[in-house]
Design a protein around this ligand. Structure first.
Ligand code: ZN
Length: 290
């Protein structure tokens, strides 16, 4: 059986086909250009295979409420040309198969959740953050994605400012200094005038970044009490998470018990940014069996 995965990122699309055991059998990636060109390439790719179901994990914001006229759309994204794009509608014209539609981070969260349960970790919930060009999080509770009026937007929560960072206004076009506005990849250039890749690992900015990421993780832990918090994305590394754990411990101040932080706040179990693809295969399989 073949299942399809579309990881639709703001920078690139990763399309893959695989089986119900989440093994990738073929994969392609191409840059995210215009919707017409990018979706055309996506359809051309899947036309080469006989897939039985498909899952799309997309950058957003997106409309996930089935009751909405705009279900399946990318809605108000600041990414040029993509706002109000009928993503699912376009794909459905070419493939008459079950299609699961969710956010990129929900796809990754689901992939991490599935891998954790497969390795017999006793978990019932998981939060996946990405810190890259943007910041977002996906949430799984008891095996389900959550959201009522829409999907979670945990990249835009507001935080206490670091005392050494008060002059920085943040880069979110909507909120300035929300989480994304303070820790997304482009903040390196906005704060320091140099790209993230050129910032030394011992630069003090990492303490500031860790302070904010730890606050996000703390609030998520206090709100949802998830079994595990995973951080992925280009800005994240094990070295960075070591700082995040230290800040998290200070902020929590022993208020409630949490698992060993080395196992609680972690990098992805699926390597090479593969979490969303695994999640998509699992979600496509799930929708096929519903
Ligand atoms: Zn924001």
């Amino acid at each position: 059986m073949l299942l399809g995965s579309i990881e639709a990122g703001g920078t690139k699309f990763v399309c893959a086909v695989g089986n119900e055991n989440y093994q990738v059998q073929d994969q392609i990636q191409f840059p995210t250009t215009t919707p017409e060109e990018t979706l055309r390439k996506t359809v051309d790719y899947f036309n080469k295979f006989k897939i039985e179901a498909l899952s799309i994990a997309s950058f957003g914001p997106i409309e996930i409420r089935k009751s909405s006229d705009n279900y399946g759309y990318i809605t108000t994204t600041p990414k040029p040309n993509w706002s109000n794009t009928d993503f699912v509608g376009y794909i459905k014209k070419y493939f008459d198969i079950p299609i699961f539609w969710t956010t990129d981070v929900n796809g990754s969260a689901y992939g991490e959740y599935v891998m954790s349960t497969l390795s017999n970790e006793k978990i019932n919930s998981l939060v996946y953050y990405t810190i890259g060009t943007g910041v977002g999080a996906g949430v799984i509770v008891n095996g389900h994605l959550i959201g009522g009026i829409g999907h979670p937007e945990m990249g835009h929560v507001l935080l206490k400012r670091h005392p050494d960072d008060l002059d920085f206004k943040g880069i979110c076009p909507y909120h300035g200094d929300c989480l994304e506005g303070l820790v997304a990849g482009p903040t390196f250039e906005a704060r320091l005038g140099i790209k993230g890749q050129e910032v030394a690992t011992d630069h003090p900015v990492w303490e500031i970044m860790a302070y904010y990421a730890a606050q996000a993780a703390l609030q998520t832990m206090l709100t949802l009490r998830p079994s595990k918090i995973v951080f992925g994305g280009g800005v994240t590394s094990e070295q960075f998470l070591q700082k995040v754990r230290i800040e998290f411990k200070k902020l929590l101040n022993d208020y409630v018990q949490v698992p060993d932080l080395d196992q609680y706040i972690v990098t992805p179990a699926v390597k090479n940014n593969g979490s969303a693809t695994v999640g998509n295969f699992a979600l496509a399989n799930k929708i096929l069996n519903e």
